[in-house]
Design a protein around this ligand. Structure first.
Ligand SMILES: *Cc1c(COP(=O)(O)O)cnc(C)c1O
Length: 361
C-alpha cells in the first residue's frame, strides 16, 4: 500500500486522489498514443481535446458567462500582479486596491510600477485579522482589486464590495477558487494560481470579461497582453501541458462530485468542525481571524506558547497530519483545508486537536 497522509500544506496542496490515480494509470500511454501526455505535441489532436475540455470544465463549474474568456497562463498569480495593471491601466485614472495582507500587498507594489495606486481600505493596523467593511472605490478608478481569500491570515470576503458601474472588479482567487458559489458577472477579471484549489503549480487560470481584453496598450510585450493568448486560445506558445492536464483530471473529479454547490457544502462542514473546536476550547486554541472574516480554506490559530505550538505541529506530524505550521508572518498554526481536503481528513485533525487539548491543558 502506498502511504498517504493528510496534507494541510497551504500550496502546493493536496489533490483529489482519484485524479492522481488516473494520471498514474495513463502516464506512460495517454489515450492510446503510446506516449505520455508530457511527450505529445501541444498541437496534437489529443492535446487540443484535453485543453478545450479543461476550459469547458472551468466554464461549467465556475459558471462563466459567454462574454468571458478563460485563459491558462504561466508565471503564477504573482505574474498577474503586474499583468493586471499592465492590461487595465488607463492614463489619468487611479488603480484602486484593498490591502488584506501579504498577497494584496505584493499586488499593490506591482501596480505602483504602472501608475497611481489608491489603497482604499486596509486591515494592516489589525494584523490583517479582518476584511475591511465599508469599502468605497472611486468612480474614476481604472479598476478595483481585491484578494478574496487571504491564505496567510485566514480571512475571506463574505460579501463582495460594491464597485461603481464602470469600474471592473479584479479578484485574486488563488486560494478559494471554486470553494463556494460565486457570480462571475460581478467581476471583470478573476485570476488564480492553480496550486491551491485547482491542480499542480505551473499554471494560472485567468477569467476576463471580453470588453477588458482590448484595453492594454499596443506597446506592451506580446506575451504581457492578455489578448495575445485570448486570440490563440492560450496556445500562443507552449502551454504548461502537464499542469493543465492535472487540473483537468481534478476538474473531472469535481464535476462528478456535484460541482461547486457540493464542494461548498462540504467546505462549510469542514470549516465549522475546526472553528467550533477553537471556539469551545476556552482559549486553548486562539483563532487569528476575526469571526466575521473567517476563511473557509485556511484556519489560522495560536496556542499559549510557541513551544506548545511546535509540540502540536510535531505530534500532528506523527499522526500523519502534515503541514500544520503557520506562516512565519502570523506564527502559530494553520490548517489549509482546500477543496481536495476530505471531510475524513478534517475529522482526523479535529480528533487530534481535542486530544492534544486534553493532554496539554
Ligand atoms: C499563493 C498565493 C499567491 C501566489 O501565487 P503564485 O502562483 O505562487 O504566484 C497569490 N495570491 C494568493 C491569494 C495566494 O494564496
Amino acid at each position: 500500500m502506498t502511504k498517504r497522509v493528510y496534507n494541510f500544506y497551504p500550496g502546493p496542496a493536496t489533490l483529489p486522489l482519484p485524479a492522481l490515480k488516473r494520471a498514474q494509470e495513463e502516464f506512460l500511454d495517454f489515450q492510446g498514443t503510446g506516449m505520455s501526455v508530457i511527450e505529445i505535441s501541444h498541437r496534437s489532436k489529443e492535446y487540443d481535446e484535453l485543453h478545450n475540455a479543461a476550459t469547458e470544465l472551468v466554464r461549467e463549474l465556475l459558471g462563466v458567462p459567454d462574454d468571458y474568456k478563460v485563459l491558462w497562463l504561466q508565471g503564477g498569480a504573482s505574474t498577474q500582479f503586474f499583468m493586471v495593471p499592465a492590461n487595465l491601466q488607463v492614463p489619468g485614472k487611479p488603480m484602486e486596491y484593498v490591502d488584506t495582507g501579504t498577497w494584496s500587498t505584493k499586488a499593490i507594489k506591482e501596480a505602483k510600477v504602472y501608475g497611481e495606486v489608491n489603497v482604499v481600505a486596509s486591515s494592516a493596523d489589525d494584523k490583517f485579522r479582518h476584511i475591511p467593511k465599508d469599502i468605497t472605490f472611486s468612480d474614476n478608478a481604472a479598476y478595483a482589486h481585491i484578494t478574496s481569500n487571504n491564505t496567510i491570515y485566514g480571512t475571506e470576503y463574505h460579501e463582495w464590495p460594491d464597485v461603481p458601474d464602470d469600474v471592473p472588479l479584479v479578484c485574486d482567487m488563488s486560494s478559494d477558487l471554486m470553494a463556494r458559489k460565486i457570480d462571475v458577472k460581478r467581476f471583470g477579471v478573476i485570476y488564480a494560481g492553480a496550486q491551491k484549489n485547482l491542480g499542480p503549480a505551473g499554471v494560472t487560470l485567468v477569467v476576463i470579461r471580453e470588453d477588458l481584453v482590448n484595453r492594454a496598450p499596443e506597446s506592451l510585450p506580446t506575451l504581457l497582453k492578455w489578448r495575445t493568448e485570448v486570440a490563440r486560445n492560450s496556445l500562443f506558445h507552449t502551454p504548461p501541458v502537464f499542469s493543465i492536464y492535472m487540473s483537468k483530471l481534478a476538474l473531472d473529479y469535481w464535476n462528478e462530485f456535484g460541482g461547486v454547490a457540493a464542494i461548498e457544502r462540504v467546505n462549510r462542514e469542514k470549516a465549522k468542525i475546526l472553528y467550533d473546536i477553537i471556539d469551545k476550547s476556552n482559549g486553548f486554541y486562539k483563532g487569528h481571524a476575526r469571526k466575521d472574516s473567517r476563511s473557509l480554506m485556511n484556519v489560522t490559530f495560536r496556542l499559549e506558547t510557541e513551544e506548545l505550538e511546535a509540540k502540536c505541529v510535531e505530534e500532528g506530524r506523527k499522526r500523519n497530519l502534515i503541514g500544520l505550521k503557520g506562516h512565519r508572518s502570523v506564527g502559530g498554526m494553520r490548517a489549509s483545508i482546500y477543496n481536495a481536503m476530505t471531510l475524513e481528513g478534517v475529522k482526523a485533525l479535529a480528533e487530534f486537536m481535542m486530544e492534544f487539548m486534553e493532554e496539554n491543558q
